[in-house]
Design a protein around this ligand. Sequence first.
Ligand code: UDP
Length: 322
Amino acid sequence: MGLGAARQTVLVTGAAGFLGSHLCDRLLGDGHEVIGLDNLVTGTLDNLADAMKSPRFHFEIGDVRDSIAVFAQQIFNFACPASPVHYQADPHFTLTTSVMGAQRVIDAARGRKCTIVHASTSEIYGDPLVHPQPESYWGHVNPIGDRACYDEGKRCAETLLFDARRRWGVDARVVRIFNTYGPRMAIDDGRVVSNFVAQALEKKPLTIYGTGDQTRSFCYVSDLVDGIVSMTRPAVLDGPVNIGNPDEFTIRQLGEMVTELLGWGEVVYKPLPNDDPKQRQPDITRAKSVLGFEPKVKLRQGLKSLIEDFRGRLDQRANRAP
Ligand code: UDP
């Protein structure tokens, strides 16, 4: 189907999350009717403050594992805890949200004119042996480790969606999202960018896990949302598409940049979590050629926006504290 200029009814699952809420804002800005679904386990209504101002936004508290009674022309399936701290807090919840959620959106789209854009993840590549990671790489995942509830849940969701494409002609599209950061990230989600920025603002030591030589490639949220929305174009998308920013940094380099921006450089080293991927960088050749995707925001620039957002929210939190 694809999102064109005409107004469409769009369902966003995980609407109150970091990415889901930015996506809702963008879709509302583009003139669509947006139904946001979220169980508010990791998302918050604060994230939807802007969306709630629009008469074209409708919010429902609900779990994506239950059946979906919404007749949308477009579904963005973004419901799932996504930071390691959040998704490991209740592994069964994470895995069932990923797998059953994919089945529910398939059920909602099957036999109708409806496009699904499903949020998959670079985690499906595990601790990759191929670098950078192209979509053709099948990954290197520990199926019984601490991260498996998320990694295998997301892998299984991809399987369901591609089977539904082949078997029932469901227009399911899969975007593999690499590390993303920006305003509205949960301050306590335990991710490296949120941890470092919050720690530096609160003058606490930056926690580097392991040696800090492991790498990640960080994409600013507005670039990511551009890529996600472009996934609805009527291009031929018969396979998954990586979306992310290929600029790769060691975790130490990220710490140095935060230190430089905030003038706070105390560091403490902590053990590396189990199965922590050593390197990660998206190969975005496919996204560039099929979608014309090109990330624009450099890490330093994006961090400045995140710092402003965190500063405001940490101040609010301090003022609210008894
Ligand atoms: N990390 C770190 N300090 C922190 C949080 C994370 O050194 O306070 C490391 C983590 O071990 C990993 C990388 O930063 O190697 C990215 O972690 P994050 O949780 O942001 O996302 P992941 O890509 O692992 O899902």
